[in-house]
Design a protein around this ligand. Structure first.
Ligand SMILES: CC(C)(COP(=O)(O)OP(=O)(O)OC[C@H]1O[C@@H](n2cnc3c(N)ncnc32)[C@H](O)[C@@H]1OP(=O)(O)O)[C@@H](O)C(=O)NCCC(=O)NCCS
Length: 172
């Protein structure tokens, strides 16, 4: 999938070293769940890529910017009665922030989830202090649905989680 500048593609074993370089960064870790390793080793990258390559249909993608691997994005379908919805998650290597890359990547991932995975709703939660990610979601047609007050503890700090969702029929 590509919009000409940003592309989403499946992972390959050759992404291992670069993934560890991109992901081993506390400024990324502070915005993600604790399941995201920190420090982030090449062994962590290998485990992630093995898992990503087993997903069928694919749910985890490498983000390329001008042909270079710069970050990750995932669409995680839910189960049971929530199964027409998916959660989206993403990060970008810090050297590539503020270039508009993630807004493009989120749009591509949503198109894929609606068209190929049959999803009708995509949602996610963002820590209250992560204004950049909230802006990305708003630029991509997500609506703020609520605030889960003091629902998160991250690096010893209690914060609110802001919940966003985009529906398939959204017109923006
Ligand atoms: C959040 C993240 C994905 C943003 O990626 P990006 O490619 O830099 O985002 P974009 O350039 O597409 O858009 C960022 C928007 O936020 C705005 N922004 C950035 N920092 C901001 C800040 N501190 N306050 C207000 N707005 C901010 C930018 O101006 C831009 O909006 P604009 O286009 O209207 O000017 C990236 O910083 C990242 O990977 N962070 C760490 C991991 C993470 O937070 N993942 C998401 C968890 S929910």
């Amino acid at each position: 999938m590509t919009d000409g500048l940003v592309a989403l593609r499946p992972f390959t074993p050759g992404d291992r070293k670069r993934l560890a370089e991109l992901a081993d960064n506390v400024n990324i870790f502070r915005n993600l769940r604790d399941g995201f390793p920190h420090p982030y080793s090449e062994a962590d990258a290998e485990r992630f890529i093995d898992m990503a390559m087993k997903c069928e249909p694919p749910q985890l993608f490498a983000i390329e910017y001008r042909g270079e691997y710069v970050g990750n994005i995932g669409i995680h379908p839910k189960k049971d009665i929530y199964r027409l919805g998916a959660e989206i998650g993403y990060f970008l290597g810090e050297d590539y922030w503020h270039l508009g890359i993630m807004s493009r990547a989120v749009k591509l991932a949503c198109e894929y989830a609606f068209r190929e995975l049959g999803m009708i709703r995509i949602d996610t939660g963002v820590f209250d202090y992560n204004v950049a990610s909230q802006r990305v979601l708003e630029k991509c047609g997500f609506i703020k649905e609520g605030v889960f007050r003091k629902s998160v503890i991250k690096m010893g700090r209690i914060c609110d989680e802001v919940r966003y969702a985009r529906l398939k029929e959204a017109d923006f």
